[in-house]
Ligand binder design. Structure first.
Ligand SMILES: Cc1cc2nc3c(=O)[nH]c(=O)nc-3n(C[C@H](O)[C@H](O)[C@H](O)COP(=O)(O)OP(=O)(O)OC[C@H]3O[C@@H](n4cnc5c(N)ncnc54)[C@H](O)[C@@H]3O)c2cc1C
Length: 427
């Protein structure tokens, strides 16, 4: 009997969702190529991201949780300086996160990406320094550098400003929804020797913070500020972006002035609006999207990394369950993700409101809320967070289906010719 070949899947993007998807697809018997625009995997640290319970459990199934925990930032203390007040409030950050999700790990984004990449690098074809330029409905894919190739399915895992989304769906402007805030991240020398601590200055409409991770050579300063309207600023205009940050944080505190002074010398600077990606459906024909590319609830307000990990796991599982039939798998994937995606959007809006308060009462509430949760025993702390935030309800209530391990899946997606289960891609 002739064995039918395993469907070939092209994934664009080797950030977080891409490598997780590649791992699970290969475990389910698919043949996977990942094309990444960057010349190599970024190992410069990036920014800290959060894995909440469902994503922690998926990482555990992948066998990479010990490595993730080893590289965790270890940020477990927080000192909040409400603007205008002389008395900082100290809080146990581990308890605050613990109250929001019963399992949580914070890790630098580049460390996480490398760990997921290592998990399946020998089974996946990774192509760095290239990008898709066209995808035809029959599966022919063109690249900037490589010769055209044919794939059965294409998945865009190429982040908030996704190339695949632009090529197949439409321009980003059609799907983005500005949530009224901007943020910047700056790498700076860890002059004050921050270790496991987040220092936060919070005022009405603006929040600046700095954290240092144990194993990072430098620290990160994070700036979040409100703006009712989108600002006139091109996303490549770094000089203007730095000007906007200086303007928004002028006179806040001497710590913040010092961080702003570093703006001209920083080796790494990131600035963007906090934007949600809202698509009614993120699959079309043989193409689908995963992670920020399809449903970013807003960077820096938490949740999007976990959502990307869960999305990748569910997509791979549904493709395996449908034996590679994307016409069944893609709608099932979207259906299963819908509640989590909607919940994450709502939770990001509420996190943005808490993190960048709109009133003096909000500033006070952030500081005192954090202090109260740290002071309470775990159970009442969790109850308080559950009452006050959507994220706690979301992360602790999301359940992810278990997809049978490949060995137990009869025959894998390749199946056997003549078994009466013709896949859609056999022609
Ligand atoms: C500054 C900042 C702070 C953040 N803070 C948090 C936080 O506190 N908590 C949290 O949970 N999340 C946070 N996030 C969001 C988090 O980084 C993302 O949600 C997460 O990385 C999503 O993973 P992804 O794989 O979907 O996208 P990404 O990690 O963005 O990966 C996309 C990949 O696609 C590649 N790519 C782009 N274009 C192309 C192309 N044309 N061809 C091929 N490859 C391409 C990119 O190089 C990248 O490797 C933050 C994001 C930023 C930018």
């Amino acid at each position: 009997m002739e064995t039918r070949r395993a469907p070939r899947i092209l994934v664009s993007g080797a950030g977080v969702a891409g490598p997780v998807l590649a791992y699970w697809l290969t475990r389910h018997g698919f043949s996977v190529t990942v094309v990444e625009h960057a010349p190599a995997l970024r190992r410069s640290g990036g920014h800290a991201v959060d894995l909440f319970r469902p994503a922690v459990e998926i990482s555990e199934k992948m066998g990479v949780l010990p490595r993730i925990e080893e590289r965790a930032t270890g940020t477990n203390r927080m000192t909040v300086h409400p603007e205008g007040s002389r008395r900082p409030v100290r809080a146990d950050l581990a308890k605050v996160f613990g109250a929001a999700s019963d399992r949580h790990v914070e890790i630098m984004r580049d460390d996480l990406s490398a760990i997921y990449y290592d998990a399946a690098r020998d089974d996946v074809e990774y192509v760095f320094g290239d990008s898709i330029t066209a995808i035809s409905p029959d599966g022919e894919v063109r690249f900037e550098n490589a010769a055209p190739r044919r794939f059965d399915l294409v998945v865009g895992a190429d982040g908030l400003h996704s190339n695949v989304r632009r090529l197949v769906f439409d321009d980003e402007s059609r799907f983005r929804s500005f949530i009224g805030a901007y943020f910047g991240v700056v790498s700076l020398p860890n002059a004050s020797g921050l270790d496991g601590e987040l220092l936060l200055h919070v005022g009405v409409g603006r929040t600046a913070g700095m954290y240092g991770a144990r194993h990072l050579g430098d620290a990160r300063a994070l700036f979040l500020f409100r703006s009712e309207h989108e600002l006139d600023c091109h996303h490549h205009d770094v000089r203007r972006q730095k000007e906007l940050l200086r303007g928004a944080f002028a006179g806040m505190h001497t710590d913040v002035d010092r961080w702003l002074d570093g703006l001209d010398r920083t080796p790494a600077f990131y600035f963007d609006s906090i934007t949600q990606l809202r698509m009614d459906s993120w699959s079309l024909g043989r193409v689908t999207l995963v992670g920020d590319a399809g449903y970013c609830p807003g960077p820096a307000v938490g949740g999007s990394t976990s959502l990307a990990v869960v999305g990748a796991y569910v997509l791979a599982g549904e493709l395996a369950r449908a034996r590679g039939d994307h016409e069944r798998a893609f709608p099932a994937y979207e259906r299963l993700m819908a509640e989590h995606v909607h919940g994450s959007r709502a939770s990001a809006l509420s996190a943005a409101k808490t993190l960048i308060p709109t009133s003096r009462l909000g500033v006070w509430g952030l500081a005192q809320g954090a202090r109260l949760i740290s002071a309470l025993p775990a159970a009442p702390g969790r109850a308080l967070v559950r009452l006050g935030t959507r994220s706690a309800r979301l992360y602790n209530s999301v359940t992810v289906e278990d997809y049978p391990p490949p060995a137990a899946a009869s025959g894998g997606p390749g199946g056997r010719a003549g078994d009466g289960r013709d896949g859609p891609m056999s022609g």
